[in-house]
Every structure is written in structure tokens, then in C-alpha cells.
Design a protein around this ligand. Sequence first.
Ligand code: HEC
Length: 104
Amino acid sequence: MIQLNALHLGIEPHLRDAAAMGELARVAGEIETLGAAPVFVDWPKRPGFPHDPTRYERFREDLVRGAAELQGAAEAGDKDAVVAAYARLDASCTACHKRYSPTY
Ligand code: HEC
């Protein structure tokens, strides 16, 4: 999951940078892939997971959808849509960590 952080932080300064749209789309695709990786999907099924997992999947879907939207918006060069998709993506990190990550 630490891989998510570098990708995520790398995006933020370039949201309205027309020259970075191709790179934004590529990174968004990587986040989408990480968000669908088995280690992430199955995290709440680990023995001893200490929380009710009900909302985990919803937050994970927000992450994957936000990344997919970001990729599409960057490919289209639509800066407002890029910013909106990033906001959704970013909210998923915070929402999930608040409930599920002991390190945040
Ligand atoms: C669906 C839930 C969920 C979402 C969405 C999520 N995370 Fe996490 N994240 C976790 C959990 C659970 C841990 C705790 C892992 C552990 O205990 O080692 C974690 C840990 C981390 C860590 C701490 C390092 C580590 O590997 O433990 C970082 C950094 C991180 N996440 C970044 C992000 C970023 C950036 C995003 C959004 C782009 C994000 N996460 C979205 C669940 C999520």
C-alpha cells in the first residue's frame, strides 16, 4: 500500500498541467491496478482483522473508480474532470484509513 502513496502524492502538483495529462493517465492506471490487487482486496479477510469490514469494499471501490475516472479525464485532457476525479480518489484514502488503518 505504500506504493499508493508515492503515486498519489506525485499526481497532486500536476492536476492542471496540460503537459502532464499523459503521465497522469498512466499513474491513474497504476493506482487502479493496485486498488484491485488481491493483497488489497483481501486485506479485511486476514485472520485477526480487527474491524467490521462492511465499508472497506465501498472505500476500495471509490479508490478504483476515482482512479479510472482520473485516467479517462486525463486522456481526454479535461482538467476540471481531472480535479473532480482526484478529489474522489483522495477522499477514499482518508475515509478508508480513518476507519481501517491503524497507522493513520
Ligand atoms: C479500502 C481501504 C483503503 C484505501 C481506499 C486506501 N488505503 Fe491505504 N491503507 C489501508 C490499510 C488497511 C492500511 C494499513 C496497512 C497495515 O496495517 O499495514 C493502509 C496503509 C497505508 C499506508 C501506510 C503504509 C503501509 O503500507 O502500511 C499508506 C502510505 C497508504 N495506505 C496510502 C494510501 C493512499 C495514498 C491511498 C489513496 C490513494 C490509500 N492508501 C487508500 C487501506 C486503504
